[in-house]
Design a protein around this ligand. Structure first.
Ligand code: 13P
Length: 290
């Protein structure tokens, strides 16, 4: 992956759109993202959590991302999503990832600053072109990208504080900040995922141009709310659960029909996932930007 990820995001800032981070854990899912990006001429951003990249293989994810960059000519970002320790950051950087998300949001404010700052200084000492995302506040839910059949309660005392966000950005030197504004990982079949837009505006005002804002947990958030958050300054939207649901539902249907040929039942799952990826690219307005 040749491009500086900060340049890719600079274009999103200048153009007022967001880049969707699509989480994947297999080569089949990567292809679904690539096909959508090719069709819509969108920049491409893969996300892999620690579990997802362990399953796919870090070097394998990097190799495939590089091949797709060469083959499509599109800008490609491979993000190590929700990385919890320096050890896992080093592993991803050494494998060739060009974007790191250090998630120390479960630690105290001071400890979060310290680990995030250490990660920024390590990553930049290796390669200035790798961008680093931090996280502040507790994104609601259990952290799992899955479907919940009960209501997910948001405790407002854990939402990102705008002033703390400014200080956090200044002290850590991160390129992007994941914010907690009512969003949660996964989606609930009951109850709504409502965003605190006023808080988002305040965070944006405090943080300014120094750092881009990221919305995690985009599955289950209304399209109009995502568009409004992009209008207010969100430049990266993370999507996982809706992709998993589309992929696995289509796979189940295909297997239930008696299909036994992997390239046939997987193609159905891929097509279903690609459709959701295309929808998210259009909502983020990243189509025709590559
Ligand atoms: P969802 O599973 O809610 O889409 O969240 C994904 C995410 O934020 C990955 O970092």
């Amino acid at each position: 992956m040749n491009l500086n990820t900060k340049d890719i995001f600079k274009k999103a800032v200048d153009g007022g759109y967001a880049i969707p981070q699509l989480n994947i854990s297999s080569a089949d899912q990567m292809k679904a993202v690539v096909e959508a990006a090719k069709k819509l001429h969108s920049p491409l951003m893969f996300g892999t959590s620690e579990g997802e990249r362990k399953f796919l293989g870090l070097s394998q994810a990097v190799a495939l991302a590089n091949i797709y960059e060469k083959e499509t000519g599109l800008p490609v970002i491979l993000n190590a999503d929700h990385t919890k320790s320096m050890e896992k950051v080093v592993e991803a950087v050494e494998a060739g990832y060009n974007s790191i998300h250090i998630d120390a949001s479960e630690l105290s404010y001071e400890e979060n600053i310290k680990l995030t700052r250490d990660v920024v200084s390590y990553v930049k000492s290796i390669n200035q072109n790798i961008s680093v995302e931090g996280e502040l506040g507790h994104i609601g839910g259990t952290g799992a990208s899955k479907v919940f059949t009960d209501e997910v309660k948001i405790d407002t005392k854990f939402l990102t504080d705008p002033e703390e966000a400014r200080i956090f950005v200044e002290k850590t030197g991160i390129d992007r900040l994941g914010v907690a504004i009512g969003n949660f990982h996964g989606l609930s079949t009951v109850g709504e995922e409502k965003l605190d837009m006023e808080r988002l505006s305040q965070i944006q005002k405090e943080v300014g141009e120094k750092c881009l804002l990221v919305l995690h947990g985009a599955s289950g958030i209304h399209d109009e709310d995502i568009k409004e958050s992009v209008r207010l300054g969100i430049r990266k939207i993370n999507v996982n659960t809706e992709l998993r649901v589309a992929f696995s539902d289509a796979l189940k249907l295909s297997l239930e029909s008696g299909e036994t040929t992997p390239y046939k039942f997987l193609a159905k799952a891929q097509e279903a996932m690609q459709k959701v990826v295309e929808e998210k690219m259009i909502i983020c307005n990243s189509n025709n930007k590559a």
